[in-house]
Ligand binder design. Structure first.
Ligand SMILES: C[S@@+](CC[C@H](N)C(=O)[O-])C[C@H]1O[C@@H](n2cnc3c(N)ncnc32)[C@H](O)[C@@H]1O
Length: 180
């Protein structure tokens, strides 16, 4: 996906930041650049909201996007034109949800943007990062705000030796590499 296509989807199709997508476009553009190289076959998203990021993963993933939210009735994005994402409604921390997601593993790319307490973000990492293949990537969103869970989780992962790239604009996005 080139920059022109990114802008068309972000601004025209999704209505721009804070419309159908809760992302800083500069940060998301960097993620898209990484996915252009990674070329995910299967992607997992935790935290859909209206579906803006799910639409990007759908367009960048060749086989299947699995996306989880506790309330999928909020989705307003039109997913037509490509293989539809598999939407799973449920609490990401619940055993039943984890079991449903595991049925479609392994994943090449995981995007964690669900509950933003430390407990939920940590649970999402513990449950779903092991479903990402070696050499895959985990995106952790909202790592900028020091008071929020993703910030603390990222600091812990750094101490454990995980390599990551961080794009710190309005929100803060980290891409964590899963070692081979
Ligand atoms: C920040 S929004 C996701 C934004 C979306 N990725 C985007 O960029 O447009 C967070 C979403 O996570 C969902 N969520 C929060 N806690 C959750 C949980 N424990 N399990 C599943 N979904 C959860 C909320 O319902 C909300 O839709």
């Amino acid at each position: 996906m080139d920059r022109e296509e990114f802008d068309r989807i972000f601004d025209e199709e999704l209505g721009g930041m804070s419309a159908q997508i809760a992302q800083d476009p500069i940060e998301l553009c960097r993620v898209v650049g990484r996915l252009n190289t990674l070329r995910p076959v299967r992607t997992l998203e935790i935290g859909i909201n209206l579906g803006g990021t799910t639409r990007f993963w759908q367009l960048l993933t060749s086989e299947l996007v699995v996306a989880v939210d506790m309330d999928t009735s909020k989705i307003t994005v039109d997913f037509s034109g490509h293989a539809p994402p598999l939407l799973i409604q449920g609490d990401s921390t619940a055993h039943a949800t984890v079991a449903k997601v595991r049925e479609h593993a392994p994943y090449d790319f995981l995007w964690i943007d669900g509950g933003h307490t430390y407990e939920i973000a940590k649970s999402d990492w513990d449950n779903y990062a092991p479903m990402v293949r070696p050499g895959g990537v985990v995106g952790l969103h909202d790592v900028k705000a020091e008071a929020e869970g993703p910030y603390k989780l990222l600091k812990e992962l750094q101490l454990k030796g995980f390599f990551h790239e961080a794009f710190i604009g309005h929100k803060g996005t980290a891409l964590i590499s899963i070692p081979f």
